[in-house]
Design a protein around this ligand. Structure first.
Ligand code: F6R
Length: 615
């Protein structure tokens, strides 16, 4: 993971880099650093901790002048988070300085070789090895920085997005990418380098996304030149025009990004189906599916790969696809799929779901499925992300930037996209009558309004959160479409409040988890009217007779559960397969309020990062 930022141009580099790092903290926040060239020398400050701490250190200890600089916010892989292991790293001569996102897998053997040649190392990082390897190549081959980077990268195994500059040639930054994202913002005789476009969006909306195994030399007064790292072939930069705006990536009056993103869901869901769901015409238009319709309709099965919350969206999709389109679906953790020699053929369609579009395991699963001949379709939020580019076709969720580490609007918009696909295929395969299809389309159009309604339970949820904020364990139960929602609710609670939580299919409770139930145990049960309601009511009774505390998510107007549960939160009624879009909302709010009450860092929970680009 880690976030990288660089600038070369006519403005002061420091404020651009600091602000950019703050926007990239979702990628890691163990430590941070900055290196600036002030016209004669490099000034470097780095520290364990967040960018705010770096700011304090840099502003009190180094000169902040200069129009060239690089910065880094770290999620530790090699070496504990401390000042020394923070980036940027100098080469032994002090001439080169580098930032790196990724892992150099063969760094130990390279390090041994460099030590034999007289190099010494102050950190435990693979990155310090890389910068010294570049320096060694520069010396022994007598080549310029760009060439040295290229030769060095041909010797390393692993993943990287790097930016490096040379004190002796301070009119250029050399960047390269393999496996980790790297975007170059192209301004008026100035260049911005970053892990995504958020650090430079207020300066330019023209950007080049490097492909894997590409490098570029960004030089003042020159156009960007791209090269293939392996064979030195010239590649032509595709300058894209970005749609994102700055307001979208700031908090907009909310205390946390997570809360803002929870409240953005009505708009995000609407944006997801806008232009795709044409209810009056009775059609769903999705270019990525329309162009490859036969791949889907002729598929033996659909395999969904994803991680974390996106995997939960995949589980919801399994129910929807099988129920509506009658296509067999398997849902796999990308990390398991990629290493278990799966049986995949050219008759399979693989759908990869990822908010960031950068998750290393999901990316590797895609590559594996492609090698085996499957058609690979991506459902991503981040436009131009690695997964979006690696897949044969895809559909964006259009949720807008998700900054809070805990995924919220990504989940509901992923479910929305997947529902549209399932409905389209169901129609194509003649599995839904015209009337049923129309009912789905018009109900989907009601969902943003119903999500608004579900959000109105916020004050009640705050009261419930106050009752259970000191719990040490929590159980989440749901059936059918709402079983994955139970898993997602539990994941949200554990990741931001650090309370242990488990999600289960409600009926599985009696096969083990029921032993945990006592008067201390809050059990959150999704008990909406449609979907095995009576059976869930029986499960609630089983919990009640063992003194468990019940927080039930019910359909508006419910009476039966109200009499049994300790607390009920109502959501509007909808078609069964669309209930996850509503039942998820109170669970997101519950984990949010509990985390705030426990004084946890909601947007940046410990040990996590927004974009998991390491396996
Ligand atoms: C949970 C969460 C993670 C991500 C997972 C996959 O709130 O954010 O579990 O869902 O790391 O990330 P993407 O969707 O970016 O592939």
């Amino acid at each position: 993971m880690c976030g990288i930022v660089g600038y070369i141009g006519h403005r002061d580099a420091y404020p651009i880099i600091i602000k950019g790092l703050q926007r990239l903290e979702y990628r890691g926040y163990d430590s941070a650093g900055v290196a600036l060239y002030d016209g004669t020398d490099i000034n470097l400050a780095k520290t364990k901790g967040k960018v705010e701490e770096l700011k304090g250190k840099a502003e009190s200890s180094i000169s902040l002048n200069g129009n060239l600089g690089i910065g880094h916010t770290r999620w530790a892989t090699h070496g504990v988070p401390n000042d020394v292991n923070s980036h940027p790293h100098y080469s032994n001569s002090g001439n080169l300085v580098i930032i790196h996102n990724g892992i150099i897998e063969n760094y130990e053997s390279i390090k041994k070789e460099l030590i034999k040649r007289g190099y010494s190392f102050s950190s435990d990082t693979d990155t310090e090895v890389l910068v010294n390897l570049i320096e060694e190549v520069q010396k022994t081959e007598d080549v310029k920085l760009g060439k040295a980077v290229q030769i060095a990268l041909n010797q390393v195994v692993g993943a990287y997005a790097i930016a490096v500059f040379d004190r002796k040639k301070p009119d250029e930054i050399v960047v390269a990418k393999l496996g980790s994202p790297l975007a170059i913002g192209v301004g008026d005789d100035e260049f911005f380098i970053a892990s995504d476009a958020s650090p430079f969006i207020e300066f330019t909306n023209n950007a080049v996304y490097l492909e894997d195994e590409e490098m570029a030399i960004v030089r003042l007064g020159k156009e960007i030149k791209l090269r293939k790292i392996k064979d030195d072939a010239i590649a032509y930069p595709n300058i894209m025009e970005l749609q994102m705006n700055l307001e979208e990536i700031e908090k907009g009056g909310y205390d946390h990004f997570m809360l803002k993103e929870i409240y953005e869901q009505p708009r995000a869901i609407l944006d997801t189906y806008r232009g795709r769901l044409l209810a009056d015409k009775g059609i769903i238009k999705m270019a990525g599916i329309d162009q490859h319709l036969e791949k889907f309709t002729n598929a033996n099965r659909i395999v969904i790969v994803a991680c974390g919350t996106s995997w939960h969206a995949g589980l919801v999709a399994e129910y929807i696809f099988e129920n509506l389109a009658r296509i067999p679906v398997e849902v796999e953790y990308a990390s398991e799929f990629r290493y278990r020699n799966p049986v995949i053929t050219d008759k399979d369609v693989l759908i990869a779901i990822s908010q960031s579009g950068e998750t290393a395991d999901t990316l590797a699963a895609i590559k594996l499925a492609k090698e085996k001949g499957a058609f690979v379709f991506g459902v991503c939020n981040v436009v131009g992300s690695s997964i979006a580019r690696e897949t044969h076709a895809g559909a964006y969720t259009h949720a807008g930037p998700e900054i809070g580490v805990a995924s919220t609007k990504a989940f509901t918009t992923q479910i929305t996209v997947l529902t549209l696909i399932a409905l389209k295929l169901a129609k194509e395969k003649g599995k839904l009558s015209k009337t049923e299809f129309h009912e789905y389309l018009s109900e989907l159009e009601n969902i943003p309004g119903k999500v608004e309604k579900a959000l109105e339970s916020n004050p009640l949820i705050e009261i419930i959160a106050d009752v259970y904020k000191d719990s040490t364990n929590c159980l989440y139960l749901g059936r059918g479409y709402n079983f994955p929602v139970a898993l997602e609710g539990a994941l949200k609670l554990k990741e931001i409040s650090y309370i242990h939580a488990e999600g289960y299919p409600a009926a599985e409770m009696k096969h083990g988890p029921i032993a945990l139930i006592d008067e201390q145990m809050p059990v959150i049960v999704i008990a909406t009217k449609k979907g095995h309601y009576e059976k869930v009511v029986s499960n609630i009774q089983e919990i009640k007779s063992r003194s468990g505390k019940i927080i039930a998510i019910v359909t508006e107007g419910d009476k039966q559960v109200k009499d049994l549960a300790d607390h009920v939160v109502e959501v509007p009624e909808t078609i069964e397969s669309l209930t996850p879009l509503l039942t998820t909302i109170p669970l997101q709010l519950l984990s949010y309020h509990i985390a705030v009450m426990r004084d946890c860092n909601v947007d940046q929970p410990r040990n996590l990062a927004k974009s998991v680009t390491v396996e």
